[in-house]
Design a protein around this ligand. Structure first.
Ligand code: TYM
Length: 326
């Protein structure tokens, strides 16, 4: 199976990104042809600081590697370094109805959030994402729930293109994790955990023990004191139970039993300890990578070369099908 996925280099990577996407990628790279990208062009659709983008790209590179992405087992590269992404994005825009873009939930939400900067890039975001996916003949796209709609649109774009110009692209499918596809904010369990959310609601993979403890101990819980998985009645505790379960490998039912009659405080203390312990290797490995700038550059360059071969091959076919000169 060919797998493609990406992450924007905007700020720190949090446990939602990890549990919803990266953890899955690490497992998939063992038995599949995986292509993973740092999608810097997508990061430019909302306000950002140019002087920080390069640094963020390198930060994400280190976190990816610290989390277990193995460049010997997957292709790992920076999106903007392969020009075919933007080229295909333009070509695909000619088969994408504007209405499909306007009904995207992320576009609607971000247009409200960034009222003063609703740029065309924000609207066209899913086309570039479709280009990312389709360039590599992707079968499966492992993402969190918030990106499901975009992957479905990529599938629709592939279908339209094939219908109009003849079979060219595979129709990719979304791959969501069974649990953890939507980790919620610790401060507002009705909202997904997000990089731009209240920082107290978001645990970063590289958070220090004190920060982890503070965020978990102040996480919003629900009335009552029972540790019970019940998303509609107890969204706060259910979210913490999901996090506990995914980091410990213990089922939520067994965790409920373990904490029967013990109350929120004890549960939160145990969860803090668990996270501190499980996130320690990320911090350690990331620190080791701080000193390996040359290695990081080499990995990205290697990834760029390998990705480009596939991307150029696809573009040759696409240009021909669409009637462009060689
Ligand atoms: P981004 O950078 O917002 O997020 C990266 C991945 O993390 C997942 N995720 C979550 N999963 C569970 N709970 C959460 N709270 C949570 N927050 C984020 C996202 O679903 C995503 O899988 N558009 C994409 C990047 C992209 C891409 C692509 C993905 C660009 N091109 C092609 C797949 C294929 C994005 O902004 O992800």
């Amino acid at each position: 199976m060919r797998i493609f996925s990406g992450i924007r280099p905007t700020g720190e990577i949090h446990i939602g990104n990890y549990l919803g996407a990266i953890k899955n990628w690490i497992a998939l790279q063992e038995k599949n042809e995986c292509v993973f990208s740092i999608v810097d062009l997508h990061a430019m659709t909302t306000p950002y600081l140019p002087q920080e983008l390069q640094k963020n790209i390198m930060e994400v590179t280190k976190v990816y590697l610290a989390a277990g992405l193995n460049p010997e087992k997957c292709i790992f590269f920076v999106q903007s370094q392969i020009k075919e992404h933007t080229e295909l994005s333009w070509l695909l825009s000619t088969v994408t109805p504007i209405g499909d873009l306007q009904r995207m939930t992320q576009f609607k939400e971000k247009s409200v959030k960034h009222k003063r900067d609703v740029n065309a890039g924000l609207l066209n975001y899913p086309i570039l994402m479709a280009a990312d996916i389709l360039l590599y003949g992707t079968d499966l796209v492992p993402v969190g729930k918030d990106q499901k709609q975009h992957v479905e649109l990529a599938r629709e774009i592939a279908r339209r293109f094939n219908k109009k110009f003849g079979k060219t692209f595979k129709e990719p499918e979304v791959l969501l994790p069974k649990t953890g596809a939507k980790i919620m904010s610790l401060q507002n369990p009705e909202k997904k955990m997000s990089k731009t959310d209240n920082p107290q609601g978001c645990i970063e993979l590289l958070d220090k023990p004190d920060a982890i403890r503070k965020k978990i101990m102040t996480a919003v819980t629900d009335p009552g004191k029972e540790i019970k998985y019940d998303v509609s009645q107890k969204p706060g505790i259910s979210n913490l139970l999901t996090i506990y379960s995914l980091f410990s490998g213990i089922s939520t039912t067994d965790i409920e039993k373990e904490f029967e009659g013990k109350g929120y405080q004890t549960f939160k203390e145990k969860l803090s300890q668990l996270l501190i312990e499980k996130l320690e290797p990320f911090r350690r490995k990331k620190k080791e990578l701080e000193l390996r700038q040359t290695l990081l550059e080499k990995i990205l360059e290697e990834g760029r070369k390998r990705a480009q071969i596939i991307a150029q091959e696809t573009m040759k076919k696409v240009r021909k099908k669409m009637g462009l000169l060689k």
